[in-house]
Design a protein around this ligand. Structure first.
Ligand SMILES: NC(=O)c1ccc[n+]([C@@H]2O[C@H](COP(=O)([O-])OP(=O)(O)OC[C@H]3O[C@@H](n4cnc5c(N)ncnc54)[C@H](OP(=O)(O)O)[C@@H]3O)[C@@H](O)[C@H]2O)c1
Length: 286
């Protein structure tokens, strides 16, 4: 999985292969904190216009209906798109998960999802994670979602799920960016054939003023955002940049026409921790 995109100058963003054999576009478009209504519709439509085919939303973002509207307005065939949404924490458990999935599909006005994720683990109740997961497995077997996965699961949340699962999670969506790369968790997921999706690949904007990253960006004649996204890809992770700004939406998709040299990748890997969101899955207050 490493460096699959390296050296492919000028080509469109490629795909990763998931543990169920399906392909997932290697850069997704994030929509957290994008307000529902015109802002979401316009930014998702713009993303689809410039070439993204992979959109990441969540019930908790309260913009699924607007994401769905943008998808319909794009005129793109459904099968060319990869749409992810997520189960919110208040809907954990078997029956509530099934109902929440129905709700999300209705909001999006879609008849299937490409990827459905448990948004956060229940850090205190592993049985709750397992019963939610069993509902996801049912949805997958029924063909209502093609791939299922988790988000913000650390090793101690994932292992009980892996022990109980009939279908293994294909994806773990975690915070991952220069200055916060959770190497042990990433290795654990790799050993279990789980793709890492990188949330906040730009540190929600917090890391873009970093002097070290700025120096590397200058060396490659790229923006700091492009360096962060390319670094994610060359480390075998799938970044989900968010923007509501057309020029940035385009810039964030243009990350396949250059290669970061090994010594610069290692330099970024070795940066001391900075830019962390402060959201620890074991203690988030939601
Ligand atoms: N599973 C989870 O728990 C979880 C948690 C957080 C995020 N996520 C997912 O990951 C996605 C990305 O994370 P994120 O929204 O935290 O932030 P991000 O993509 O790391 O950063 C977005 C911020 O950077 C700015 N930005 C974007 N492109 C830029 C560029 N080229 N140059 C300068 N500034 C730029 C954006 O501003 P403008 O929008 O104003 O352009 C916005 O303020 C989310 O949208 C969501 O889909 C998931």
């Amino acid at each position: 999985m490493y460096n699959i995109l390296a050296g492919q100058r000028g080509v469109a963003v490629q795909t990763y292969k998931l543990n169920n054999g399906l392909e997932i576009p290697a850069v997704g478009f994030g929509t957290w904190q994008t307000p529902a209504g015109e802002v979401t519709v316009k930014s998702v439509r713009e993303a689809l216009r410039v070439g993204y085919t992979h959109i990441d939303t969540a019930a908790a973002y309260e913009n699924e209906a607007s994401v769905g509207k943008a998808i319909r307005e794009s005129g793109l065939p459904r099968e060319k798109l990869f749409i992810t949404t997520k189960l919110w924490n208040s809907d954990r458990g078997y029956d509530r998960t099934l109902a929440a999935f129905d709700w999300s599909l209705k909001e999006l006005k879609l008849d299937y999802l490409d990827l459905y994720l448990i948004h956060w683990p229940d850090a205190k109740d592993k049985e709750k994670n397992i019963s939610s997961w069993q509902a996801l497995e049912r949805l997958c077997k029924e063909g209502r979602v093609k791939t299922i996965g988790v988000s913000n699961f650390k090793q101690q949340h994932l292992q009980p799920l892996l022990d109980a699962a009939e279908i293994k999670p294909a994806v773990n969506q975690i915070e991952y960016h220069p200055g916060f790369r959770q190497p042990e968790l990433v290795d654990f997921c790799r050993q279990n054939d789980i793709l890492i999706e990188a949330w906040s690949p730009l540190g929600s904007g917090r890391i873009l003023q970093d002097k070290n990253l700025q120096a590397i960006a200058q060396k490659y004649n790229k923006s700091v955002a492009q360096i962060c996204l390319r670094w994610c890809l060359q480390n075998g992770t799938l970044p989900l940049p968010k923007s509501v700004t057309p020029a940035r939406i385009k810039e964030n998709y243009q990350v396949c026409d250059f290669v970061i040299a090994a010594e610069d990748l290692q330099f970024i890997d070795a940066l001391p921790e900075f830019g962390w969101s402060g959201l620890n899955p074991d203690s988030v207050p939601f």
